[in-house]
Design a protein around this ligand. Structure first.
Ligand SMILES: Nc1nc2c(c(=O)[nH]1)N[C@H]1C(S)=C(S)[C@@H](COP(=O)(O)OP(=O)(O)OC[C@H]3O[C@@H](n4cnc5c(=O)[nH]c(N)nc54)[C@H](O)[C@@H]3O)O[C@H]1N2
Ligand SMILES: Nc1nc2c(c(=O)[nH]1)N[C@H]1C(S)=C(S)[C@@H](COP(=O)(O)OP(=O)(O)OC[C@H]3O[C@@H](n4cnc5c(=O)[nH]c(N)nc54)[C@H](O)[C@@H]3O)O[C@H]1N2
Ligand SMILES: [Mo]
Length: 695
């Protein structure tokens, strides 16, 4: 007999899909879209094929203690009791010898949508109760946006519901690859519906992404890291051809005059014309002109920025400029328009209870700079000297920038502990590895993007030998003397009852049965109350208005007016590498040995002209190099990427031998130098050179 159970994938793709697990004799046979799902929702290949992960022969099923050198993969199996005793002893030693701040928390995204089984909030709660540990602040994803946009809009909770795209007559996917890289499970279909209805969909991207092929009606190529320049040139056309919505600007924003002086070149002598931009961003000036005119002539237009545009030098200003474009064209806060520098999805979610974190205020270091903090410590200006690592649900030796540096950092600490279902590159550098469950093995409430809550039942019993992160922390807290404080005296099931009681959900039985709670309104436009009545509902900015110019931002270390930055040329590394997210993986998950992970083969996208210059042919093994490292992968030569730009997807596990990575992890070449002032990631415009590999 096949039993069908509502479940939800809880990986970090921003979606969280309503699914049905088909279980026979205690085994998960397959996963499908829920029959009750909203019409436009659809699951992705990662979630639908999750049985492969669940039953992977690579799943860890016993705690492991390192016996060989770090990274050697030499471990011995120990019992859970031994593992817990060992962890408790080591943590106590660290705290007594160096203070709690000598332990840094890493990871978090592995299982980040669960109300309970959450690899960010559980370790935060646990470590917060343990002591004044060193926290990692910010995030790899959206740090520049999250930091800068509140100075413009007073909040990050702008955005739009995907359903409102049914009113859009033009959609601009600016560095957003919605066909592969999901944020919300409805957006792709909403866009393809809009396209079928006749809306134009422009994709602005250095490469012909799948979104260009499947959603787009037009591909506008741009050199990575130059989006602010392209935006400035569009503004130049809008301003000089008086195509802006001056009424809207005057009603809702401050600072436009200053912006105008800058754009037309009165303040710095440089007019930001399409011809000026073409030289820097590679987009033909005629294309810029035509795009700007169509943008102004169409109503409404949804400009949807991806997060890629802010993972570069000056990413903060790309994010601010995107909001400014939405504003000056009068599309902000409008049904069918869009706003915010995020792929939708930042509107308030239905309420659901949670465990609560932190009794102490931890010291913190920006996550993008974690290896610098470990290697440099107080001497280098960081707040603590790190001696231990606690990593849960993260694979930073694959995902953190500058893998060689990360390895040095992991090698430097006295003790490291990791919870993960797999022997990842990160786990292989830890002293103690604790194997955990995966989402089909436990019950949880999931917060997807969009106005929903989802219930995920336990579909199957956990593999023998693995534990929930929650239970691991309960046991460890018990040994460390704060068991009751951590667990509140409740088991996982009891916590879920508490969370539901503290939620927007009235009919809990229906929620459990269907797996889906739908919020009342799916046509929300962020901050619409401000647009309706700006006096009664001012923005949370000093002026109460949209701040095109922000003195507060200048005081926070940026420039009051967003401006165009361009990194200096690097003759030895003339190519710019982008490292976007993969379709068949969530970062490095499924990146080990699964069929899914292998579908996103580590291949370097290279333009024909660049290949010819280097005597490289399609399929050749090439070396991608810079001062930080060397990668050997096959080249895929085509016109699908701009000249001067190469692309290697993030997430492949590094396989390093004699300093060469043959796994194809771009973070061998990225650096931990952040974009400022937010201290965010800079993984999308990495200077490299490419040549034929000599093995
Ligand atoms: N399938 C899948 N979905 C995911 C994820 C995943 O790993 N797999 N990860 C999730 C997470 S955690 C996040 S943070 C988001 C990430 O979402 P994004 O940051 O938006 O995703 P990326 O794939 O990095 O980039 C999107 C597109 O931008 C292009 N691009 C790169 N650099 C630039 C640039 O400088 N300018 C412009 N205009 N375009 C550029 C890339 O070629 C790519 O096609 O995705 C989420 N969704
Ligand atoms: N070059 C480059 N690098 C990037 C990016 C880029 O665009 N380019 N993107 C960055 C972004 S946006 C992000 S968000 C980061 C993500 O980087 P990471 O947070 O390191 O993400 P994952 O590789 O998904 O690692 C998650 C780990 O959690 C484990 N896991 C899954 N479920 C559970 C669970 O229930 N419990 C426990 N304990 N573990 C679990 C998985 O096996 C996996 O090892 O990568 C960043 N790195
Ligand atoms: Mo992310």
């Amino acid at each position: 007999m096949i039993k069908k159970t509502p479940v939800t994938c809880n990986l970090d793709c921003g979606a969280g899909c309503p699914l049905t697990a088909h279980v026979e004799n205690g085994k998960l046979m397959r996963i499908q879209n829920s029959a009750l799902k909203p019409a436009h929702a659809s699951a992705c290949p990662v979630g639908l094929n999750y049985t492969e992960m669940l039953y992977s022969p690579d799943r860890l099923t016993s705690p492991l203690l390192r016996t060989g050198p770090r990274g050697s993969g030499e471990f011995k199996e120990i019992s859970w009791d031994e593992a817990m005793d060992y962890a408790a002893e080591k943590l106590t030693h660290l705290k007594e010898t160096y203070g709690a701040e000598s332990l840094i928390r890493l990871g978090g995204s592995g299982s980040c949508r669960g109300a309970l089984h959450n690899t960010a909030s559980l370790p935060e709660r646990f470590l917060g109760l343990w002591g004044n540990y060193t926290e990692t602040s910010g995030n790899y994803s959206s740090q520049a946006t999250s930091f800068s946009v509140p100075f413009v809009l007073g909040t990050n909770k702008a955005g739009f519901d995907p359903a409102t795209l049914e009113h859009a007559n033009m959609i601009i996917l600016w560095g957003a690859n919605i066909s592969d890289v999901r944020f919300g499970n409805e957006t792709a279909r909403r866009i393809s519906d809009a396209k079928n209805r006749g809306a134009s969909v422009v994709v602005i991207d250095p490469r012909r992404s799948r979104s260009v092929k499947h959603l787009g009606t037009e591909w506008v190529a741009v050199v990575p890291g130059t989006d602010t320049i392209l935006m400035a040139a569009i503004l130049h056309v809008l301003i000089t051809e008086t195509l802006i919505d001056l009424d809207f600007i005057n009603t809702y924003s401050i600072g436009f005059e200053e912006l105008k002086q800058y754009i037309i070149g009165e303040s710095d002598g440089i007019a930001k014309t399409p011809a000026w931009a073409e030289e820097r961003c590679g987009t033909p000036s005629q294309t810029i002109l035509s795009l700007a005119r169509r943008y102004a002539a169409t109503d409404p237009v949804a400009l949807i920025p991806g997060l890629s545009i802010q993972r570069t030098l000056g990413g903060e200003d790309a994010a601010r400029m995107a909001v400014i474009l939405q504003t000056v064209t009068g599309n902000a806060g409008k049904m069918g328009g869009s706003w915010g520098a995020y792929m939708g999805g930042r509107l308030p979610k239905p309420r659901c209870g949670g465990m609560g974190v932190l009794e102490t205020t931890p010291v913190s270091v920006p996550v993008y700079r974690f290896p610098d903090a470990i290697l440099g410590g107080k001497k280098a200006g960081f707040p603590s000297d790190i001696k231990g690592i606690y990593t849960v649900g993260g694979n930073f030796l694959s995902q953190g920038s500058d893998i060689n540096k990360n390895i040095r950092a992991f090698n430097q600490v006295e003790f490291s502990i990791c919870h993960d279902p797999f022997m990842t590159p990160t786990a292989s550098y830890c002293d103690l590895v604790l194997p955990t469950t995966l989402w089909p093995e436990r019950e949880d409430i999931i917060t997807p993007s969009g106005n929903f809550l989802l219930y995920s039942h336990q579909a199957v019993a956990p593999l023998e030998g693995v534990k929930n992160d929650y239970d691991i922390f309960c046991e460890l807290a018990e040994r460390l003397g704060f068991g009751d404080k951590f667990s509140g005296g409740k088991d996982a099931k009891e916590w879920l009852e508490v969370f539901l009681a503290d939620s927007d959900i009235d009919d809990m039985n229906a929620f459990r049965e269907t797996g889906i709670y739908s919020g009342p309104d799916h046509h929300r436009v962020g901050l619409s109350e401000f647009i309706d009545d700006k006096k009664a509902n001012p923005l949370n900015t000093p002026s109460g208005l949209i701040e095109i110019v922000s003195q507060a931002y200048a005081e926070a270390g940026g420039s009051a007016l967003p401006h165009c930055q361009h990194d200096a040329p690097d003759k030895q590394h003339p190519l710019r590498m982008i490292t976007p997210h993969p379709r068949f993986r969530i970062h490095s998950q499924t990146g080990g040995n699964t069929l899914m992970g292998k579908k996103d083969k580590a291949t370097l996208w290279l333009n024909n002209t660049d290949a010819k210059k280097r005597n490289i042919e399609d399929g050749d093994l090439v070396a991608i190099t810079n001062d930080r490292g060397r990668i050997h992968v096959e080249a895929s030569v085509s016109e699908n990427i701009m000249e001067g730009v190469v692309c290697l997807l993030e997430g492949a596990w590094p396989v390093i031998e004699s300093g060469v990575d043959t796994g194809g992890s771009p973070n061998m070449l990225t650096s931990t130098e952040p974009t400022l002032p937010s201290e965010g990631s800079r993984t999308h415009s990495v200077r490299v050179e490419v040549s034929k590999a000599t093995t």
